[in-house]
Design a protein around this ligand. Structure first.
Ligand SMILES: C[S@@+](CC[C@H](N)C(=O)[O-])C[C@H]1O[C@@H](n2cnc3c(N)ncnc32)[C@H](O)[C@@H]1O
Length: 348
């Protein structure tokens, strides 16, 4: 998936083909204004209000306590960006907003939109990072209530892929124990346990993450089948012959290669014979020319937020093989293009 200038009219199409379209302006100004508008409308409950009742800017502004004239500008941009429609009943949701941005839609990314402000704070440090090579540790800059926003935002994304992940990551027969390292909100553990009635899961995460994620997990009503353990994955003891599945989602991009190799080696010793490690992450393209902007974009983002970045399937499989496990072919998720799961099994 790539971000880019899409011509809307014949004239723009011709200008694009002739190399006359000022793409850098679209990339740096238009894209930012659309991004701000979508997040602002989410934060101000505009999409939820229009899901309840389409209307003119005046009535929506009155219902939400906003400025009607300013709201009208925002709504017009959202129509132009394809999120809303404008007709006889006034402004209404387009399918794009109804599916992804209404808070009670099954595929809702509402909570993910709320995470953008925290991410933009980090993205603002790009120039410093490129000058000095010094990254932030994103888990050190998250303050107080932002942990809740972070966990709910990550859960919204995990929910999109959890069903496919559970279907495609096979468990050994009779599996009863799963360790979800850096599992936070617990959406993956919950999905695995719902699909496998004999399975119980432990989510290991940093203490402030667990404090914020505990009420999020409680909403799933899994009781003692999915529990949290507060600790640091880099120092915590995972036990020996203890787990049928060790799941590590969106964590290895936070650590450098030696740290990941050590984490995977530690996980391998904690597996039961026949047990599996599954590492889910965005994969780094093998070369800058390879298609897949998401990998390159998040490689920079994760580098500046954690001094690491994304990893290629070969690098991840290398850590797994060095830990004595047998890696399988990566699973490329259809529900989240750009995200893959690399699995490996402990020999019986
Ligand atoms: C990007 S989130 C991923 C959450 C979840 N696994 C998912 O895929 O949606 C990274 C998670 O790793 C946790 N984490 C980061 N460093 C950690 C560490 N050293 N030990 C345990 N958890 C850690 C964070 O607190 C956070 O919950």
């Amino acid at each position: 998936m790539r971000v880019g200038a899409i011509p809307e009219t014949l004239l723009e199409r011709v200008a694009t083909l002739a190399g006359l379209a000022p793409t850098p302006v679209v990339d740096t100004l238009h894209a930012v204004i659309v991004a701000r508008a979508v997040v602002t409308a989410t934060r101000l409950a505009v999409f939820d209000a229009l899901a309840d009742a389409p209307g003119e800017a005046r009535s929506v502004a009155a219902a939400l306590g906003l400025h009607a004239g300013a709201l009208e500008k925002l709504l017009n941009l959202l129509v132009a960006a394809g999120y809303l429609r404008y007709g006889k009943a006034g402004y209404d949701l387009a399918p794009l907003a109804r599916k992804w941005l209404v808070s009670d839609s099954p595929q809702s990314l509402h909570d993910s939109m709320l995470l953008r402000l925290l991410e933009w704070q980090a993205i603002d440090t790009t120039e410093d990072f490129v000058r000095t090579g010094k990254a932030l540790d994103v888990h050190d800059i998250i303050a107080g209530g932002q942990w809740d926003t972070y966990q709910r935002g990550m859960r919204a994304l995990a929910r999109l892929t959890a069903e496919e992940v559970v279907r495609r990551v096979k468990l050994p027969a009779g599996a009863t124990a799963m360790l979800d390292i850096g599992g936070g909100h617990g959406a993956y553990s919950v999905a695995f346990c719902r699909a496998h009635p004999d399975l119980r899961a432990t989510i290991l995460d940093l203490p402030p993450a667990v404090a914020a994620a505990a009420p999020v997990l409680a909403e799933e009503r899994m009781g003692g089948r999915v529990v949290h353990r507060a600790g640091d994955a880099l120092t915590e003891d995972f036990g020996t012959d203890a787990w049928d599945l060790i799941f590590i989602a969106q964590l290895v991009h936070h650590f450098d290669a030696p740290t990941n190799a050590a984490l995977v080696a530690h996980a391998a010793t904690a597996l039961r014979p026949g047990g599996r490690v599954a590492i889910l992450d965005v994969l780094r393209p093998r070369s800058p020319n390879q298609k897949g902007q998401t990998g390159a974009l998040l490689d920079l983002y994760f580098a500046l937020t954690s001094n690491a970045g994304t990893w290629s399937a070969e690098e991840i499989a290398g850590w797994l093989a060095d830990a004595g496990l047998r890696p399988a072919r990566p699973i490329h998720l259809r529900t989240a293009p750009g995200i893959s799961v690399v699995t490996a099994t402990r020999r019986t």
